[in-house]
Design a protein around this ligand. Sequence first.
Ligand SMILES: C[S@@+](CC[C@H](N)C(=O)[O-])C[C@H]1O[C@@H](n2cnc3c(N)ncnc32)[C@H](O)[C@@H]1O
Length: 236
Amino acid sequence: MNFNMISRFKRQKQLPKDEFIDRILCSVAGMTSKQNIYLMDAAIAALPEYFDVLEIGSFAGQSAIVLDYLMKKHSKKGKIVCVDPFHYEGWYDQQNQSKEYLNSVANQAQLSRHDYLEFVEQAFRTNVLFFCKENPPLLYKMKSDDFFQKLSSHQLPELTGMKFGFCYIDGDHSKESAIGDMRNCISCSIPKAMILMDDSAPQYRYGSAVAADEMLKWKEVKLIDENPNRLFQKRH
Ligand SMILES: C[S@@+](CC[C@H](N)C(=O)[O-])C[C@H]1O[C@@H](n2cnc3c(N)ncnc32)[C@H](O)[C@@H]1O
């Protein structure tokens, strides 16, 4: 892939069939699109041999495991750091404010949100320990804002010296959070770092897509590809 040319083709690109990626996608719960995997692969391939990866929003570990695999595939070395408070996203919470609904998973009274979030966190831990045995990701169970605040105020000494070269933003999809995550990723990453924003395609209506439209005007990053989500690179 030529990073000097911004692909404007609307045809969505995918990697050739990969047996292990197919295995991950059917074994581990998650939302990692094959188009995003194409962008992750291209970004990781283009980066130097040593760099760390930052993922905001990990859910049950699917995308983190894909990233670990792509790092190995391209013989890249570094740590994967995952940030997720395991926050429940109720798509219809605005329409149904009853206590029963807000405490349950998709209106299933026998499934509490609290238990579900414990289940998702446990699934993350089990999945990454199984699939990333050699170099399991580090998990920070907190919102990205809190993570970046602690990182910048040296409250996470074990992360001192991290060189984040690839960031995957897939946490809170509101415009404000997407912008905050992007600004923080820009601040904590190495020059020329790649930053992929999930659900940022121009045709989407998520806050993350509106935020990505604004980022096109920022001087700190340039658009590298759209597939259909947007992959940015830090200019310096
Ligand atoms: C779409 S899911 C992530 C899916 C995962 N990246 C994958 O592809 O399998 C979004 C995740 O973001 C997390 N999240 C929500 N708000 C967040 C925040 N402020 N900071 C970090 N993560 C957040 C949620 O707990 C949820 O697990």
